[in-house]
Design a protein around this ligand. Sequence first.
Ligand code: KG4
Ligand code: ZN
Length: 339
Amino acid sequence: MSPILTIESTCDETAAAIIDEDGVVLGDCIATQEELHEKFRGVVPEVAARAHLERILPVIDTALKKSGVDPHDLHAIAVADRPGLAGSLLVGVVAAKTLALAWEKPLVAVNHLHAHLYACQLASDVPVYPCIGMVVSGGHTSLYHCTSPLDLEYLGGTIDDAAGEAFDKVAAMLSLGFPGGPAVSKLAAQGDRTAHDYPRSMMHDGKFNFSFSGLKTAVRYSIVGPGQQDFSKLKLSDQAKADVCASFEAAVVDVLVGKSAKAIKQFDCNRLIVGGGVAANGYLREQLADSARSSGFDIIIAPMDLCTDNAIMGAIAWEKIKRGQYASLDLDITPGLQR
Ligand code: KG4
Ligand code: ZN
């Protein structure tokens, strides 16, 4: 079959890729919006949607030109329709539907979280399913029992902040810029992971939900004290900041490693796959590898360049095409998580 075009615009990256049936990427393009959201220390939905609108067609055009594929030769157009920011999703879905109509191509709807996990399959020569899947991103922290790329049973997820969101908020408190994950992780490498005894919420509740808002508050109190709002006058030495980052990172990682190992045991699985922006975190990758070694399961973490949002993981659309699961031109966005 001829290649497909995949489109991703769920949050603040506008991306497109041309991918053949074997998962080979013939061309891709990604436009990040980090510079637009940095001054707000977080993604502003309205700003994100407008930026997607400006970038979506040039990004698709560039991916097509790089691949040398004529749009009329495409097999289908795939787009992430869930979950994500409503305005952001809408731009990708409307672009995909318009092009599908103009070029007379079928449409395929991609679940962004399933795609984050599929990034692990793209890095492996052998099938990674069945497995336990963990998505750790700016918007989600979720565990699934996956029997195939498209058959996922939701086991649990965050009841408040996502892991990546907590990284971004801690970075904001310490004025480390946006997105916060990479900056917190860099500083953490020079800090003492035991300097602060931050909470590991819900760690031992025997279930698969997560909570990171208490940890975020504990970090806040450890640097400004209860009741204080103003971080601008904060005078912390570089070492004190590094200690906060290291202790915070250790708390997040302990919970992620502990809950994923528990799921592996409970579902008698021998493989864990991990995707999403926070999966780029070096300390998490290290600790997950240790946990896998000591408990005797396989671990596949998405390659670094496929952890954060991209259109290449949209290759999961081929799994839907194999099952004949096309979407109609009535396709609408589904911003919330459907369990
Ligand atoms: O998957 P992603 O690009 O977007 C969502 O679908 O949400 O994830 C973005 C998140 C941000 O919160 C960012 O701070 C976090 O991933 N992140 C990291 C690292 N790199 C990105 N968090 C911790 N350590 C990192 N190295
Ligand atoms: Zn994502």
